[in-house]
Design a protein around this ligand. Structure first.
Ligand SMILES: NC(=O)c1ccc[n+]([C@@H]2O[C@H](COP(=O)([O-])OP(=O)(O)OC[C@H]3O[C@@H](n4cnc5c(N)ncnc54)[C@H](O)[C@@H]3O)[C@@H](O)[C@H]2O)c1
Ligand SMILES: [Fe+2]
Length: 386
């Protein structure tokens, strides 16, 4: 049996509390000060979180345009509008600063501002042609891991979340400053943290492209995330725990950038597309049911993750440890107090067949799942969490 594999990630990563307060000076270590576009969302811009970074950028000679048009689950027309502003500014560097939505838009802005390829031709895997502007990513949630993934998720049409996956989308530099995440409210902290845990679990059980490096990253990510999730939900100001979450989310991102995510994300996206359930929450809603669905095929791998997530060792043997892992994950989600049922987030029982149909569109993700998922399976999973 061959053990050959490929692994890719971003070329540079900086982890430093408070780094973004001196963003202009930091960026100048790698890029000549000039015209820069900072891509973020309106809430973060208005909140004042960026103010010290913007002051420092101006003081250090950067000509900054803040583009704050990003919204959660960004639609394609928002991506286009941001790219047009970046083009008009003559940007030479793009900085994404925000949650996954801001960073996903920043990736595409960096491409669209430097290439004539239409956005519509980029969907799918490996379809981005040409170059992009230099790109720096700074997450404010822990989180999507988008700062280290070659993936952008865009809402196309009215309700569909579509992926663009290309090595061109890897940033040049990811900067992790835990101070940016201190103000994230508990529910968003929980949901984004669970999203990161799902990335690690799905990467570890992915049937395609999983490899020793993605496995090592997924295990360490889960260890960091599971040990600190409740701490950051209880005391958002605990910067040491926030930093471990941020690092955990990035490591999980490096894992699933190589060993792609699967059914949890496939069934979560229709909830985001139709009902604007936040991405992490939509993952959390379907996670437990899918872990149980996958158990017959994935018990050995779930058992391996039981220690990583700190599941108390009540049982011995592979099957028992797999159950311990699932039970502990459930206990962690319970402890965060986030909504647990689809009916709690505005989904009607009559919507379930449509959700199942839409989930089947996410074949890019479903092919990675340890157990094949039919439309009837998807409908049963949604029904069980309704
Ligand atoms: N590219 C990838 O690899 C990847 C992976 C998973 C998810 N995604 C996508 O990322 C998006 C979700 O990203 P997200 O969960 O980070 O949320 P988000 O970027 O959509 O932000 C959600 C909300 O949280 C707020 N927020 C962000 N940081 C904050 C902070 N520090 N303090 C206070 N409020 C803050 C934002 O203003 C926004 O209102 C979805 O579109 C999802 O599909 C991408
Ligand atoms: Fe995710």
């Amino acid at each position: 049996m061959s053990h050959a594999f490929d692994f890719t990630t971003v070329p540079a990563l900086t982890v430093r509390q408070g780094a973004v307060q001196a963003l202009g000076a930091l960026l100048a270590e790698r890029h000549t000060p000039g015209r820069l576009c900072l891509i973020t969302d309106g809430f973060l811009h208005r909140s004042g979180l960026l103010a010290p970074a913007l002051d420092n950028l101006r003081d250090t000679g950067w000509d900054v345009l803040v583009i704050d048009d990003v919204v959660a689950d960004p639609p394609d027309h928002v991506v286009q509008a941001c790219a047009e502003k970046a083009r008009r500014h003559g940007a030479a560097l793009v900085v994404g600063l925000g949650g996954g939505s801001s960073m996903d838009v920043a990736k595409l802005v960096a491409v669209l501002a430097a290439s004539s390829q239409p956005l519509a031709e980029m969907y799918g895997i490996g379809n981005v042609r040409g170059a992009r502007l230099p790109l720096v990513q700074i997450p404010t949630t822990a989180g999507t891991g988008s700062e280290v993934t070659p993936i952008s998720i865009v809402t196309t049409g009215a309700h569909t979340k579509s992926g663009i996956v290309s090595p061109v989308l890897y940033a040049d530099w990811a900067i992790l400053d835990a101070a940016l995440t201190l103000g994230l409210p508990p529910e968003a902290t929980a949901a984004t943290g669970i999203d990161a845990m799902v990335h690690a679990i799905e990467a570890y059980t992915s049937v395609r492209l999983k490899n020793p490096l993605s496995d090592a990253l997924a295990r360490e990510a889960l260890r960091l995330l599971a040990a600190n999730l409740i701490a950051v939900c209880t005391n958002g100001q605990d910067i040491a725990a926030r930093e471990r979450m941020l690092l955990g989310a990035t490591l999980a991102g490096q894992a699933f950038a190589n060993a792609p995510v699967a059914a949890v994300h496939a069934l979560a996206y229709p909830l985001g597309g139709h009902f604007h359930v936040p991405h992490g929450l939509s993952n959390a809603l379907v996670l437990m049911q899918i872990l149980n669905f996958n158990l017959p095929e994935a018990h050995a791998l779930y058992a391996e993750l039981a220690d990583c997530i700190g599941a108390p060792s009540v049982h011995e043997g592979e099957h028992a440890r797999a159950h311990d892992m699932i039970a502990h994950m459930e206990a962690l989600i319970d402890a965060t107090g986030i909504p647990r049922r689809l009916r709690d987030v505005g989904v009607a029982q009559t919507d379930l067949p449509m959700l199942a149909r839409d989930a089947m569109q996410q074949q890019r993700l479903l092919v990675n799942n340890p157990r094949p998922v039919t439309e009837a399976d998807a409908a049963a999973i949604y029904a069980a969490v309704w």
